[in-house]
Write a protein that binds this ligand. Structure first.
Ligand SMILES: [Ca+2]
Ligand SMILES: [Ca+2]
Length: 309
């Protein structure tokens, strides 16, 4: 779906919050970071597939200059820019044991992690359009507005986030902790994948871009089935940087969902979820890998956590 709307009423604003209503009910809240043009323009954004296609949609826009009210007519023929999903408080079993298919030693010991606060995680990977508008350049190996950003090292992700935190007056952003990432990926499941214990190509291909179905490239974010919390591409498309330093296994890992940055293999950061080039075993919810924090990979991008300022 593409959403087209006229921002002629917005001047000199670098930020707009957009609410999309369907039949007078708020169905989605979007955050737009890069309005600095004057005059009218048509913006084509990706909209969540949950928006549907044929109902009565209206967009309400809030900017630093105030509420602009409902927009004029617009059309929907696409999908979203960015949406954040609230992960509720709760506990889950992080990691896997040796009975799991393709289990690796660094997934042990499985351990209970408890979140006493909810958090908000981006429903998709950061796409190139967002990165380019914040950073003014696009280092990706593959090219496309709706493709995930990749070929950015861990420090470059931090630079992007620092810039975003200056632009956005309402939220601070950061990388997920590894525990937050796996909790959100599993979305209440304890199976190999968030769709169950099914590693058949037909089933995996419904949820994740990986070696058998990706045509050796990243694919548009959010274009396959999400998990039950509404998160897309937690398996496949690009690996996703987390805050945590790599460790050989979970011995001594925190159990409160915080980032594990002491000890371990300093200089190496966790990546999660497998990628377009991976085989199915690496798309498992428990799978972990790491990369030097100064290294770039055409298989690795990231998504964001946000917290109110
Ligand atoms: Ca991914
Ligand atoms: Ca692994």
């Amino acid at each position: 779906m593409l959403v087209e709307y006229d921002f002629g009423a917005i001047e000199e604003s670098k930020y707009a919050k957009i609410e999309l209503f369907r039949d007078d009910s708020l169905v989605i809240e979007l955050t737009e970071w890069f309005f600095n043009e004057t005059g009218s323009e048509t913006i084509t954004e990706q909209m969540p597939t949950i928006c549907g296609m044929s109902d009565d949609f209206r967009v309400r826009i809030f900017t630093l200059e105030g509420d602009t009210g409902y927009s004029a007519a617009f059309s929907i023929d696409g999908y979203y820019l960015c949406e954040f999903i609230e992960a509720p408080t709760g506990s889950f079993l992080m990691g896997s044991d040796s009975t799991e298919w393709a289990h690796q030693a660094d997934e042990s010991p499985a351990h209970t992690v408890t979140f006493t606060s909810s958090f908000e995680i981006m429903s998709v990977e950061v796409c190139q359009r967002i990165w380019e508008n914040v950073m003014g350049a696009n280092p990706s190996t593959f090219s496309g507005d709706s493709l995930p950003i990749e070929f950015v090292n861990w420090f470059e992700c931090r630079e992007f986030i620092d810039s975003l935190n200056i632009i956005d007056p309402y939220y601070n952003y950061r990388l997920p902790t590894e525990a937050e990432w796996e909790y959100a990926c599993r979305a209440g499941t304890g199976t190999w994948f968030y769709w169950g214990d099914d590693n058949s190509t037909g089933t995996v291909s419904l949820y994740g871009w990986y070696n058998p179905n990706s045509a050796a490239s990243t694919q548009n974010i959010g274009s396959l089935e999400p998990n039950t919390w509404g998160l897309y591409d937690m398996s496949g498309n690009v690996y996703e940087w987390c805050q945590d330093v790599s460790h050989d296994d979970y011995s001594g890992a925190p159990t409160d969902g915080s980032a594990w940055t002491s000890g371990g293999n300093q200089g190496y950061r966790i990546q999660r979820g497998g990628s377009w080039s991976s085989q199915a075993q690496f798309l498992r919810s428990a799978n972990r890998t790491s990369l030097s924090e100064t290294q770039r990979s055409m298989s690795c991008g990231f998504r964001l956590i946000r917290e109110p300022k």
